[in-house]
Design a protein around this ligand. Structure first.
Ligand code: GTP
Length: 601
């Protein structure tokens, strides 16, 4: 396709505003997928994505579309639609996808209006200088109020409300006009066809049969089949085994020219050798300057993952190794816990990333896992000037700490104005600092806060949702670090610290945390032959205490005089229970108690 007939665009939207449904309709209208092969959310390939209705990995599809000009001639265009993940955890992938496009459809639910990720994605698109096409979706809904929200979007994007397109991804109304509009308003790609090749990797997916499939957008020059290519961040070279476009299945081509979007296969087996954001060039007479913008995704949230059955440890390691092939952001190292045994300390981009990985491990690899409370990375300066990074609360050093720094976020919350008070109260209690507030319309407000990441990963989102009946939306970006008065609280059983329950919390909240945890553990740990004190401590200072009273546990007394087989059964049952006990010093704790105490409620 000549470059002036190419249009590269993406759809950006808040979660559930209907991006995947609209993409499906476009595939159908352009004839890329026929009626029979159509299944809901064609682009969301992973089962887990389809079940949860969210898009995790971005994909790119090429669609033919004919547009008739004023003279009545129909010209054929190639539209490359690049699907982007919608959730905050995957902002890095969104921004790479955007960098591969000239335009973006900003999709807004006509019954909901603008939400936090609508704004976050819009700002990313504007930073990438994309042409924005504002579109209201779901106009078929009885509750849709397109006039109201057209005005809202109009004032946000700076267009006349009458120029905001109205579609229904569900019924298909307005979608052909939207595709025409894409051709007319989004500029064709530009680039230098004679320069050395430079192509940007915007996605990289591991496929069991083909190895890593890398999605690229060619900026300058051309990539041809059977060429030797180089990755500019690592200078690693690979043979190009196949190159082509996706429409909607992979179709090999005679190469990709400027502005074109497609895939490469080189036979590498690990997505880390083909990293999102990297520049691909040719090994011979290649480019000398990489395209800007490559950065390694950085894990922000850490959690310990432990198999409930200790013998599953090797299986857990294999499963993590497999998932890592497809997830450059996943990081882990072995961790040993007295309470939970052998496991891994795993780094995630955010809470959703954590949940998805955990669910995949349990579902696809059939593992039963316990995860410890998510924590963030703390940077410490000790009295003697040494610097320490703490990824795990139980590694918090004993010595004198001069300063602790924690990651802070810039958070944006969109909420109906009636909830401003309760949201401010919540942010206040989470150590938030108000940065600004704007009315987007008369009944909807944007609140901007600085909030510690540790408070967000705890239970912020759940509380925000429940206090606003689900009407608030949240987006956040880690912005830097701030010094804070934080302490480590240990939970002691009979004087011995249980590593899985150590937490780093703000000094003002340490007491509450200690009391709450001690109460929880008291209810979960069965009575022993002796009295067991449960204490919460900061260093050697005890801040809370509970007691588990002693009890003589004699299972046989219950069936005095009963028949012998019943006695044996009871004894066996008790033995089985024993196997699942962990010893903390001389205290026997059932595994279930740890699971229950670690699961938030
Ligand atoms: P993520 O991939 O998680 O970002 O979600 P999404 O934006 O792709 O939303 P999706 O297409 O999964 O749609 C969300 C819900 O809205 C689904 O239940 C759809 O059936 C519904 N939906 C999408 N488009 C329309 C529409 O035009 N009209 C109506 N009535 N419902 C729609």
């Amino acid at each position: 396709t000549p470059v002036e007939r190419i249009r590269n665009f993406c759809i950006i939207a808040h979660i559930d505003h209907g991006k995947s449904t609209l993409a499906d309709r476009m595939l159908q209208l352009t004839g890329v997928v026929d009626e029979r092969a159509m299944r809901a959310q064609y682009l969301d390939r992973m089962d887990i994505e389809r079940e949860r209705g969210i898009t995790v990995k971005s994909q790119a599809v090429r669609m033919p579309w004919g547009v008739t000009d004023e003279s009545g001639r129909t010209e054929a265009y190639a539209l490359n639609m690049i699907d982007t993940p919608g959730h905050v955890d995957f902002t890095y992938e969104v921004s790479r996808s955007l960098a591969a496009c000239e335009g973006a459809i900003l999709l807004v639910d006509a019954a909901q209006g603008i939400e936090a990720q609508t704004l976050a994605n819009l700002y990313l698109a504007m930073e990438n200088d994309l042409t924005i096409i504002p579109v209201l979706n779901k106009i078929d809904l009885p509750g849709a109020d397109p006039d109201k929200y057209a005005a809202e979007i109009g004032s946000l994007v700076g267009v006349d409300p009458d120029d905001v397109l109205r579609v229904s991804g569900k019924t298909g109304v307005g979608v052909p006009e939207l595709l025409d509009h894409v051709v007319r308003t989004i500029p064709a790609p530009t680039g230098d066809p004679d320069a050395p090749c430079r192509a940007m990797i915007f996605d990289s997916v591991y496929d069991t049969y083909r190895g890593v499939v890398t999605y690229v957008r060619v900026i300058d020059g051309r990539l041809s089949p059977r060429e030797r290519i180089a990755m500019m961040s690592t200078l690693a070279q690979h043979d190009l085994l196949e190159i082509g476009v996706i429409s909607p299945e992979p179709i090999p081509t005679q190469g990709l020219g400027i502005g074109e979007v497609g895939y490469l296969i080189t036979g590498v087996k690990d997505v880390r050798q083909s990293k999102v954001g990297d520049t691909v060039t040719t090994a011979r007479t290649g480019a000398t300057e990489a395209l800007s913008g490559y950065s390694d995704p950085k894990p922000m949230v850490f959690s310990g993952l432990f198999p409930i059955d200790g013998s599953d440890y090797p299986a857990l390691r294999d499963a993590l190794d497999k998932l890592k092939l497809n997830d450059a952001a996943l990081n882990y190292e072995p961790e040993t816990s007295t309470a939970l045994g052998f496991g891994f300390r795993v780094g995630f981009l955010g809470l959703l990333h954590l949940e998805i990985i955990r669910e995949r491990l349990e579902r696809e690899f059939d593992l039963d896992l316990i995860s410890t409370a998510p924590s963030v990375v703390y940077d410490l300066t000790m009295e003697d000037g040494t610097e320490i990074e703490v990824l795990n609360p139980s590694d918090f050093p004993e010595g004198k700490v001069r300063e602790i720094r924690e990651p802070v976020t810039r958070a944006t919350i969109l909420v109906p104005s009636e909830y401003i008070g309760t949201v401010m109260e919540l942010c206040q209690s989470k150590r938030g600092n108000l940065r600004g507030m704007d009315y987007l319309s008369e009944d909807r407000v944007e609140l901007r806060y600085t909030l510690p990441l540790a408070e967000i990963v705890f239970d912020f989102f759940d509380q925000l949702k429940s206090r606003t009946k689900g009407y608030a939306s949240l987006d956040y970006d880690v912005e830097g670090q701030q010094a804070a008065d934080l302490v480590k609280v240990d939970m002691l059983l009979q004087g011995e610290a249980v590593d899985a329950f150590s937490a780093i919390v703000h000094r003002d909240k340490a007491y509450n945390y200690g009391v709450e945890m001690a109460g929880k553990l008291k209810n979960l740990i069965p009575r022993q032959q002796f009295e067991v004190p449960i204490q919460a401590a900061i260093g050697s200072r005890i801040i809370a205490r509970e007691n588990i009273r002693a009890m003589r546990k004699d299972v046989l007394s219950k069936c005095y005089g009963g028949d012998i087989s019943r006695k044996r059964k009871l004894l066996e049952k008790q033995k089985e229970g024993k196997k699942r006990m962990k010893n903390i010093g001389s205290v026997e704790v059932p595994q279930e108690a740890f699971i229950a105490a670690l699961s938030s409620d």
